[in-house]
Design a protein around this ligand. Structure first.
Ligand code: HEM
Length: 208
């Protein structure tokens, strides 16, 4: 769970860096998007590894949740005092995770499906300048911008517990433990905030 989570976190950092370019430079965003979309190593090696990472994380999440529930059997706690030694976020990872997964479904429909159709179904000619326009247009409606932004808030909640917890799982609670935990918590808020910024920026700065 921890390793697949950390792998997905590294993807998120790269994904944010590429997407931030859509705010600062049309040329750079188009160039990077084209590279990611047509590079053989990215497409044939990294993309399948990413899909496998998502699947492993999702399946392991369910397995863990079921194990946790079974651990008490039918006999629940007499006093539900979860809040005394665990946070609300940590006890509801399955909930925030499910929202993030639902978001990924919508997101794949929005971007990935369009890309596959363009390249492999309709086999349209290579156009290195189509990416920016397509991305900005996705945020033209308030509904999509709101659904995306809300999903990023849930992503922050998921990461806030998940990132710090995965560090502990792999044994990084050494003498740098406090600093590592602090970094994980800042990351958990800053990265989704960056995605929200991009969504809002494109919504309020539509194409002319
Ligand atoms: C404003 C925010 C975001 C924008 C504008 C955005 C945009 C994009 C674009 C343009 C692609 C490329 C599709 C393709 O060519 O195949 C993509 C792929 C993807 N995005 Fe996002 N994204 C955002 C946030 C996120 C977040 C927060 C997550 C995860 C929770 C995410 C997960 C993915 C995944 C898993 C892929 C598939 C990568 C692949 O094609 O292999 N995205 N996104």
């Amino acid at each position: 769970m921890a390793l697949s989570g950390l792998f997905l976190i590294s993807f998120l950092a790269l994904h944010l860096a590429i997407n931030l370019a859509s705010v600062f430079s049309v040329e750079l965003y188009n160039e990077w998007s084209h590279f990611m979309g047509y590079n053989k190593i990215v497409q044939l090696l990294l993309q399948p590894i990413l899909v496998a990472g998502v699947v492993v994380h999702f399946v392991m999440g369910f397995v863990l949740e079921i194990q946790n529930r079974k651990a008490r059997g039918a006999q629940g706690y007499a006093v539900k005092g979860g809040g005394t030694n665990s946070s609300w976020l940590s006890r509801n990872m399955i909930l925030s995770g499910a929202v993030v997964l639902a978001f990924i479904g919508l997101h794949m429909y929005d971007f990935w499906l369009h890309e596959m159709t363009y390249k492999y179904v309709e086999q349209l000619p290579v156009d290195t300048e189509r990416y920016h326009e397509f991305t900005v247009a996705k945020f033209s409606t308030i509904a999509r911008t709101a659904i995306y932004s809300l999903s990023f808030v849930l992503l922050a909640m998921h990461l806030y517990h998940g990132f710090a917890s995965s560090m502990q799982t792999i044994g990084l609670d050494n003498k740098y433990g406090k600093a590592i935990q602090a970094f994980a918590k800042v990351f958990a808020i800053a990265v989704p905030a960056g995605f929200i910024f991009i969504a809002l920026y494109h919504h309020f700065n539509p194409l002319q």
